[in-house]
Write a protein that binds this ligand. Structure first.
Ligand SMILES: [Zn+2]
Length: 265
């Protein structure tokens, strides 16, 4: 994509002490990447001149407008708007109607971050907000970015019985391979699993069980962080016994397919 500035990483030392591959040197030509799930903080993104593109999520209504505006000015920012399970209690009445309106006015925008989180209160309201947002995503044919913590049974039940779009990203994924299989039964190749460094054993087991075309990389941060994306690619490459530049390539193409709603550009 011409909008992405080329980057030569050259010889790269992975210095992150949390990364189990810390001592090794990797050389790979990662000249492009897309962070498949992060959050928009204006101060961190304005003036950023480095490489990459970013799927930024606005997790509560207060954040929608600035992210949507930023995505118009900066073609390297892909916007997703929604109400995160941590914010459903504070959502102002009528938020879902306004969300639909905003998505209608922004045909390139996605839905996110939405989901279910058993470690946070008001699970019933979380469920109804999730279903309402999946209905909007299905109706407007937008990919949805999903957060799920200790709620896989409920999530799978709601996805099987309720509305959902054709394409979803399960972000910061680290669940069991059975969950991957169950989601693929529902979505086929329309579900992507997004991984963030540093990955521990559970996440690496999930990486090994994920079809290559459905692997994404993310930071879940609120600032551009190419080093963190590179760490994720290096860990995935080691886990799959593949070259890091091969992983850079497939995760880039996978993310493009996701933001283009399942279509390769
Ligand atoms: Zn997030």
């Amino acid at each position: 994509m011409s909008i992405l500035a080329p980057l030569q990483w050259g010889a790269v030392c992975i210095k992150n002490p949390l990364c189990k591959y810390a001592a090794k040197f990797y050389i790979f030509g990662m000249d492009k990447f897309i962070d498949a799930h992060c959050h928009y903080n204006r101060l961190n993104f304005v003036g950023y001149a480095g490489p990459g593109a970013f799927v930024c999520n606005a997790a509560c209504e207060d954040d929608w407008a600035s992210l949507l505006a930023a995505s118009h000015c900066n073609k390297r920012i892909y916007a997703a708007i929604g109400v995160h399970p941590w914010h459903v209690c504070a959502a102002a009445p009528g938020w879902n109607g306004r969300m639909r309106e905003n998505l209608n006015m922004n045909p390139g925008a996605m839905v996110g971050e939405i989901g279910l989180d058993r470690t946070h209160p008001d699970f019933d309201r979380q469920m109804s907000a999730f279903v309402a947002q999946m209905e909007i995503a299905a109706e407007l044919n937008r990919p949805a970015q999903i957060h799920c913590v200790h709620a896989w049974d409920t999530l799978l039940r709601l996805l099987k019985t309720g509305p959902h779009p054709k394409h979803v990203v399960i972000h910061r994924f680290a669940a069991a391979p059975e969950i991957i299989r169950a989601l693929i039964e529902i979505f086929g190749d329309g579900v992507w699993f997004s991984y963030r460094a540093p990955m521990r054993e559970r996440a690496l087991r999930a990486v090994a069980a994920t079809p290559e075309r459905q692997i994404l990389v993310e930071t879940d941060g609120n600032a551009p962080a190419p080093d963190n994306i590179r760490d994720a690619m290096v860990q995935i490459a080691a886990c799959l016994n593949a070259a890091p530049d091969y992983i850079a390539d497939i995760t880039y193409n996978n993310t493009l397919r996701m933001v283009n709603n399942g279509q390769i550009e």
